[in-house]
Design a protein around this ligand. Sequence first.
Ligand code: NAD
Length: 499
Amino acid sequence: MTAAADAKAILTRLGVSDAVWTGDLPTRSPIDGSSAGSLVQATPDQVEAAVARSVEAFKAWRRVPAPRRGELVRLLGEELRAAKTDLAMLVTLEAGKIVSEGLGEAQEMIDICDFAVGLSRQLYGLTLPSERPGHHMRETWQPLGPVAVVTAFNFPIAVWAWNAALALVCGDPVIWKPSEKTPLTALGVQAVFERAVARFGDAPEGLSQLLIGGREIGEALSADPRAPLVSATGSTRMGKAVARTVAGRLGRSLLELGGNNAMIVTPSADLEMAVRAIAFSAVGTAGQRCTSLRRLIVHESVAEALTARLVKAYATLPVGDPRKDGVLVGPLIDEAAVTGFETALSDAVTQGGQVLVGGTRVEAEGTYVTPAIVRMPAQTAVVEHETFAPILYVLTWSDFDQAVELQNAVPQGLSSCVFTDSVREAEAFLSAWGSDCGIANVNIGPSGAEIGGAFGGEKETGGGRESGSDAWKAYMRRQTQTVNFSADLPLAQGVKFDV
Ligand code: NAD
């Protein structure tokens, strides 16, 4: 069976109707280039109707007590557990992730549901002392309204869950526009969500809706004033367009955009650990994570030893069909991604780079490449740009402050790390004058975040935070409330206004 036929069979098992296959959005598996057909796309009228339905759903859902909303998310978590292997395999078949990474992504959905269920009893506000006698003040978090969620191909299901689990307990309906490169996983997730809704019983219609199609749907949702929050994950180019449109109507956007993540390796680093962390974060998901390691900033005294070990490890990396045992590097998502990989490598060479290993297309059906390591003379233009493919640029340093400066001197600010045994270097890296990224790790690679922390980055990464910590506040509106329980009407700041 082709990868596409496998995916279609899973969708049927999950209860997705065959009617979805009668449209004109082509689908294709990067594993073998196979297609199971084309999908129906949402029309502009259907987008409009979905937003209207979401507005109605909001009116009902905001009246449901938050812990009861949490019950829906608890049921969603149960259904996701039951469907975990099917959803994970869909991720593998459609996005090309190796099996354990597909399972990891499905697990992330379950984890965020667990988190959100607890959160549904902890949407804490504040009580504040009032300066006026017989008054009290409080700060309360209220549901916000329909949340538009636009997602990227490389985390085709987890990013929806990060948003939806929090939005739902916060009292907000969700309208999901998945990547046009990964609509099948979205259909699978929607079917699982509907199972949870059926068990819940009295959820309003249209609590989480799915709109299959291209960027124009994302554009329409961004422009719609009935969606007070647009949460968009993808390229910086897309994020700038969404930010402009949403700001134009003074809406709120939550942006999770491109990264250009670095590791600083110091002379005291445990090189064995560093090699393992580098391999996972630079070639895992074939370099197609927003947190993938792209820049290795290594002290000149250990650069030769470290690169020699890496070149040896890269030379035997198992690249191929991600369904096969032992394979660690699956395909790139499509032909355009292979072209981007090849163009970046040729630019790197033009800019003085030396390819130490990899960098070739694998002759096979599907879009496979061998991960590359490129020694660069400096942080040139190509290094400052996020190429969404497995290319690791190696730069050297002699002074720690210079290494941190080099790390921070790119437009993106998502994830970063240092490998060191020196508490001084580790703490300096984590200090106010250290890493400027949203994520900063010590002796851990830049990728593979846990859901408990707030996830996101600075600068061109967009500034948004999703998932754990207090990221839920983005999905609610803050209200300051003052109650007068006295028989007088004193004004603040002692103002007198007797009529
Ligand atoms: P992409 O920007 O091409 O597409 C992402 C989504 O945005 C798709 O659903 C697409 O249809 C939609 N879109 C495109 N243009 C739009 C517009 N003008 N208005 C509204 N919607 C629009 O990204 P991609 O190739 O799918 O994903 C890869 C990128 O995503 C990388 O840059 C990666 O770093 C980034 N990413 C970031 C995070 C994060 O959390 N920071 C997570 C995953 C991926």
